[in-house]
Design a protein around this ligand. Structure first.
Ligand code: ATP
Length: 646
């Protein structure tokens, strides 16, 4: 699997696009060793973004990326020094030939100098290869570290970040942006070290040859610097804009060509519209890149013309010195040859400065992700949660996505180990928010959620989540084989364990009927399977995890009755002996629950259980009707809002 595919698989599916269908089929695995079996579509609404603590993108911060590569950098410096010293010799050789070998008619000296002229490039070539290898090693290492650090920080973000992030944007930052700074990183190492060494050694030798001429040749250098600031600023702005449009393109592509997006586009006949949108964006990138390039070229041209100016001045003054006899002909030729070694690297260094400034915008985008503060974190003193019995308690839990706007208010309930709690209530009441808290998708704003009497914020996330499974309405599967999808829950599961889980989920026989069995690839988001098959594989995956606590969001989608009964049977197997919090959409689930919580506007409006003596028809007649609340309460039952009888 290549890097981009890996990132897409691990990041893209967290993201929630604006298309509802796409969003509903989006799944999540927040932490690799974690618990999440997919993401509930309820969480796919506008969320908070973990606040980025955006620091200034300064050169020192970029240079910090090279911290772990000191020995390689020292070796590069040494090689650059050697190469620079070797590079200083040819003009001296020329001077020897012009001033000594030719006038003295010494063939021996001439041959020696000619041999030296051949040997020197060979030596610097060998050093160059070595230096290049080290450069690549450092550059690739820095890019790897940067990518890893971004990936790690993304994995630590709470769900709010992913519900708010734009599809494709994360992928673009991890791949496109990181790629975009690669050249700068390379030139920072290669060019800056090499060019600085060349400039320093050349200035040294110029002063040694003739200090007056040397002063004259460096006087022109400030002229090079003048346009740099302006050019850097313009290029930085253009670069930021380009990367933004690129991110938009990445988003549009991942949405349009995801299975759900492609389906929606076809159903609504929006192909041409999508194409036009894409065309506009790629055209914009093209225009921006052209402008970026043009500004760079003009700057390059300006610096290139300054070199000949310096050389002309030196020939004028130097020529005069030769005429007056204060300098030899070989001396002036050597001096002029050194000028090339001075002006060219200065130009390159300034170009590099412009490149770095241009890339600062991209670094800014990268560092923004690196600096994001995770919403849900392990406390420094968080302890390992041992195997739990599964006692779940919500104590006066309130939660606000945005300050002051409570999605949950004072929720208190208890589920003993092995009990099933069914949540019912109108859309937007807060059911998903509530069930997500047990696995710390969100932490309460007030109150506490406890497992076996321990506040979930006091234990290590991984140890908590490893004991919880979450089966969502729309089950997410990776574009991988069934086996790989199953092993996502338990990396070291044996074939027997896997098959046992699939048998319990009533899916083993189906898998075996496929030509490639467990090695069948399930397609993008599992779309090559039917809805019911996908759900049963997701259930098998949850069974394989052997969770103590189960979070379940019953599917509302209508499977055919046979498929439905399989899924139902699989779920019953999964719930056996596990504490289960279920957002119930089926009356049979409500009937089977140990506790029923009716959630309305973020609070528990009613709670109770259906009396075992009641039959379904009684419920239809009695409990379901809001008007009969009093009567049903008198019977130890309560009214379920009419909406949930459907
Ligand atoms: N990420 C979020 N950012 C801000 N508000 C949110 C976010 N997710 C949900 N909400 C809001 O919080 C409230 C509770 O939402 P929640 O998804 O928990 O309800 P629900 O009962 O599960 O609804 P449904 O049955 O329709 O899925 C709603 O008003 C919703 O708009």
């Amino acid at each position: 699997m290549d890097f981009k595919t890996y990132i897409s698989d691990h990041v893209d599916y967290y993201l929630v696009g604006p298309l509802v269908t796409l969003a509903r089929e989006t799944g999540v695995n927040a932490v690799r060793n974690g618990f999440v079996e997919g993401v509930s579509h309820h969480l796919e609404k506008k969320g908070r973004v973990a606040k980025a603590n955006l620091k200034d993108v300064s050169l020192p911060r970029i240079l910090k990326l090279f911290r772990g590569y000191k020995s390689q950098l020292a070796a590069i410096l040494l090689l650059a020094l050697l190469a620079a010293v070797i590079g200083l010799i040819p003009p001296l050789v020329m001077r020897e030939i012009i001033d000594k070998a030719i006038p003295q008619g010494s063939m021996r000296l001439l041959t020696e100098m000619a041999m030296l002229m051949i040997a020197l490039p060979v030596a610097s070539g060998v050093l160059g290869v070595w230096q290049n290898h080290l450069n690549t090693k450092v550059t690739q290492g820095v890019m790897r570290d940067l990518g890893q650090s971004l990936f790690r920080n993304l994995q630590r973000q709470s769900m709010s970040f992913f519900t708010d992030a734009k599809s494709g944007e994360i992928v673009q930052r991890l791949t496109g942006d990181v790629q975009a700074v690669q050249n700068v990183v390379t030139s920072l190492v290669v060019s800056s070290i090499t060019q600085i060494v060349i400039v320093a050694t050349t200035i040294g030798i110029l002063f040694a040859l003739d200090w007056k001429l040397a002063i004259l040749s460096v006087l022109i250098l400030p002229l090079f610097v003048l346009p740099v600031r302006k050019v850097s600023k313009v290029r930085k702005q253009l670069r930021v804009e380009t990367q933004k449009v690129r991110a938009d393109i990445a988003s549009q592509l991942s949405e349009s060509f995801g299975v759900s997006g492609a389906l929606l586009t076809r159903i609504f006949g929006r192909e041409r519209h999508q194409e036009a949108e894409y065309r506009t964006m790629v055209q914009k990138v093209m225009d921006l890149e052209l402008r970026l390039n043009l500004v760079g070229r003009w700057f390059g041209m300006a610096t290139n013309t300054l070199g000949p100016l310096g050389t002309a001045i030196i020939y004028m003054y130097g020529g005069y010195s030769v005429i007056t006899g204060s300098m030899t002909l070989g001396g002036i030729v050597a001096f002029a040859a050194y000028l090339g070694r001075l002006y060219m690297p200065v130009g390159t260094l300034l170009n590099l400065h412009v490149e770095v400034a241009t890339a600062l915008g991209v670094f800014q985008r990268i560092f923004e992700y690196e600096d994001m503060v995770p919403g849900v974190l392990d406390r420094p003193d968080a302890r390992q949660l041992g195997l739990v019995r599964g006692h779940v308690a919500y104590k006066q839990v309130s939660f606000a996505y945005t300050p002051g706007q409570y999605a949950l208010r004072g929720v208190t309930f208890d589920a003993q180990p092995g009990e099933m709690v069914a949540l019912v209530g109108p859309s937007g009441a807060g059911k998903s928010t509530l069930i997500g808290m047990i696995a710390r998708l969100y932490d309460p704003t007030e109150g506490a959620v406890e497992v076996d009497g321990v506040d979930v914020r006091d234990v290590q996330l991984a140890s908590l989540r490893s004991q919880i499974a979450y089966v969502t309405q729309e089950s997410f599967l990776f574009h991988a084989t069934i086996r790989e999808n199953l092993l996502f829950a338990k990396e070291d599961a044996s074939q027997e364990e896997m098959e046992a889980a699939c048998r319990q989920a009533y899916i083993h026989d189906f898998i075996m009927s496929l030509p490639e069995g467990y090695d069948t690839t399930v397609g993008e988001r599992g779309h090559r399977l039917s809805g019911g098959e996908r759900q049963r594989i997701a259930i098998a995956r949850a069974i394989l995890k052997r969770p103590r606590i189960l979070i379940l969001d019953e599917a509302t989608s209508h499977l055919d009755s046979e498929s439905e009964s399989y899924v139902q049977a699989a779920l019953e197997e999964l719930m056996q002996g596990r504490t289960t919090l279920v957002i119930a959409h089926r009356l049979s689930t409500v009937l089977a629950a140990d506790h029923i919580l009716v959630i309305e506007a973020g609070s528990i409006a009613e709670r109770g259980r259906i009396a075992s003596s009641w039959r379904w028809e009684d419920c239809m007649r009695g409990c379901i009707k809001r008007s009969s609340r009093k009567q049903t309460k008198a019977n130890g039952c309560f009214g379920i809002p009419t909406a949930y009888a459907r």
